[in-house]
Design a protein around this ligand. Structure first.
Ligand code: PLP
Length: 443
């Protein structure tokens, strides 16, 4: 196999996600597609001997490197036991153990775990469960959802309703029953003399006004705790979550924390919502939970929500299902991932790594084209001052030419590496990114 062989076949037969396929068409200006032959740690290798440092954890899923020996071993062992069984009427060891361990990680507050295979489905489940639990409790009028400006919760038709990214949503507007949006606490919105805390309080005041008027129709508020990732790594003060939790309690509205991207240690704590000292009514997880190995998602919820469905009547149950709900291999990958967190004390060791990443980025603070240099745990980002509408694509190419895989979101460049990145690899990643930035700005 060679790069060009696989590339041609891929362009003919595979419809790639989040992609205008024509951009990859033949010609000198075509956007390069990278045929990946293998992966090891933070490195991806193509068929022609080139390598790329995976600076975005393969769309934020990979935590402990590609082909991690410990996760591989766990999966090999599971393959010899059970690959999959339906989870309606049957159960198995990996799904039970995983549910127990996730519950323990929430201090037992979210002790009921419902499974699916991808993030968008977890969002759908949380929305449906919230609405249905109110309905079962005689509050069927709660039929609406609330999300933050710039929110991203997935791209199925239901999840798009609570997603506020025009590029993904606008074409499908006629199909969607949109949620209401309230102001984001994005710290970049700070005005002269304002702190991130002030922005959070201002956004919470707007939330309060909205809830005060509409709460009787609202089932849930859905948020990405601390970092709105897909709309450009917008970071905000945890005070917003504290205030939102209190307002949701006061107005009888569920709080859904979508930790699909920010969970599993990304924000510096295992769950991002921990930094606000709160618990949500629903917690959505996916992406990193299986270590980046297999599609898996889940929604964790409380005794109160669970009790609203527990009844003699079947129709009051939560009858949602996916064929691969609770897949044994995916659950085993998740258990192996949680084992690594515990055995290697990952949350502690990531503190030094995150500080190192911050130090590497310091020189950028004075760069004339860099704005809003920011970091939360194992995510760092900055915005680039440039009027060039092609900037993002230009940077992507310059980065690939320097052996690093980074995909800016508009003019936001971000780093979200696997936790197994070494300090030397971190230096390499940032130094090459700075070189790519200057090349992209001057090309
Ligand atoms: C990626 C993401 C989703 C959607 O997950 P998929 O597996 O891509 O469907 C939902 N919410 C957030 C916050 C995400 O980052």
């Amino acid at each position: 196999m060679t790069n060009s062989d696989l590339l041609q076949r891929s362009l003919a037969a595979v419809w790639h996600p989040c992609t205008q396929m024509k951009q990859h068409a033949e010609g000198d200006s075509a956007l390069p597609m990278i045929p990946i032959a293998s992966g090891k740690g933070v490195w991806l290798h193509d068929f022609d001997g080139r390598r790329y440092l995976d600076g975005i954890s393969s769309w934020w899923v990979n935590l402990f490197g590609h082909c991690n020996p410990r996760i591989n071993a766990a999966l090999h062992a599971q393959l010899e036991q059970l690959e999959h069984v339906l989870l309606a009427g049957c159960t198995h060891q990996p799904v039970v153990e995983l549910s127990e361990r996730l519950s323990a990680l929430t201090g037992g507050a979210l002790g009921h775990c419902f499974y699916a295979s991808d993030g968008a489905s977890a969002t759908e489940i949380a929305l449906k469960m919230s609405f249905h639990s109110w309905r079962n409790r005689g509050q069927g009028g709660k039929q609406e959802f609330l999300c933050l400006r710039g929110s991203y919760h997935g791209e199925t038709v239901g999840a798009l309703a609570v997603t506020d990214v025009a590029l993904f949503k606008d074409a499908y507007a006629p199909l969607i029953r949109p949620a209401s949006t309230v102001p984001t606490p994005d710290a970049r919105l700070a005005q002269e003399g304002e702190s991130a805390l002030d922005v959070a309080r201002r956004a919470a005041a707007a939330l309060e006004r909205h809830l005060d008027e509409h709460h009787s129709r609202i089932a849930a508020l859905i948020v990405e705790p601390l970092i709105q990732c897909a709309s450009g790594m917008a970071m905000y003060d945890p005070e917003y979550l504290r205030l939102a939790r209190a307002l949701c309690d006061r107005y009888q509205v569920h709080l859904i924390c979508d930790e699909i991207a920010v969970g599993c240690g990304r924000s510096g704590t295992f769950f991002a919502h921990e930094q606000a000292g709160i618990r949500p009514d629903f917690l959505c997880l996916s992406k990193g939970i299986s270590g980046g190995y297999l599609p898996l998602s889940m929604v964790l919820t409380t005794d109160t929500v669970y009790a609203a469905f527990y009844d003699d009547r079947v129709s009051r149950g939560f009858l949602h299902s996916h064929s691969y709900t609770g897949n044994a291999l995916a659950c085993r990958a998740a258990l192996a991932t949680l084992d690594i967190f515990a055995e290697d004390r990952v949350i502690d060791t990531n503190r030094a790594l995150s500080a190192h990443l911050g130090n590497c980025l310091k020189p950028l603070a004075d760069h004339p084209h860099v704005r809003h240099l920011r970091q939360c745990g194992m995510i760092a980002a900055f915005d680039v001052r440039s009027d060039d509408t092609q900037f993002s694509e230009r940077f992507y190419r310059q980065a690939l030419a320097r052996e690093i895989l980074l995909r800016p979101i508009g003019n936001t460049i971000y780093f979200m590496p696997p936790y197994v990145i070494s300090q030397e690899e971190c230096d390499f990643l940032v130094a090459r990114a700075i070189a790519a930035l200057d090349a992209a700005l001057h090309s």
